[in-house]
Write a protein that binds this ligand. Structure first.
Ligand code: QAP
Ligand code: CO
Length: 153
């Protein structure tokens, strides 16, 4: 396992579309392991592969209920709406309120190449939507209805 460098701010890789994973092999296992370690080290609740410079459709999320690993995730159901303040490890010190679905169902593959469906509400729904946006080059600052800047050391 290794902590990877998090791409930040104007890094153009954050604006690119990530490609689907077609073979879940050792390279993907290592990517998933490193993404989880990098997320926990930074005290984040979610991380997408382009944030560590890898343009593949891979996401990790942990909002406090354990690690969720998603390969080729797709939102298949959205219900309701919520407004929540978001941040992003790639945009340190900026926060803003984003409108998201209140509940989502996401279909993806796990590392055993099995099709899984994850249902998320509230914070987990926000995290899933935020991370899947990264796979399409979309950042929360594109959607936020306000941006506040917090000075960091
Ligand atoms: C996405 O964001 C998210 O600026 C993950 O100084 C956001 O983990 C999911 C972080 C909101 C659900 C709700 C940001 C840590 C972490 C910072 C993050 C910072 C330190 C952001
Ligand atoms: Co983010």
């Amino acid at each position: 396992m290794a902590i990877r460098n998090i791409r930040k701010d104007e890094d153009e890789i954050l604006r690119k579309i990530s490609r689907k994973v077609d073979k879940i092999d050792g390279r993907i296992f290592t990517l998933l392991d490193d993404m989880a370690e990098t997320m926990y080290d930074s005290e984040g609740v979610g991380l997408a592969a382009p944030q560590v410079g890898v343009l593949r459709r891979v996401v990790v999320v942990d909002v406090g209920d354990g690690l969720i690993e998603l390969i080729n995730p797709e939102i298949i159901v959205e219900e309701g709406e919520q407004f929540r303040k978001e941040g992003c490890l790639s945009i340190p010190g900026k926060y803003g309120v984003v409108k998201r679905p209140e509940k989502v169902t996401v279909r993806a593959l796990n590392r055993e190449s099995e099709i899984i469906e994850i249902k998320g509400e509230e914070l987990l729904a926000t995290a899933l939507c935020h991370e899947i946006d990264h796979l399409n080059g979309v950042l929360f600052i594109d959607k936020a209805i306000n941006i506040e800047t917090q000075e960091i050391e």
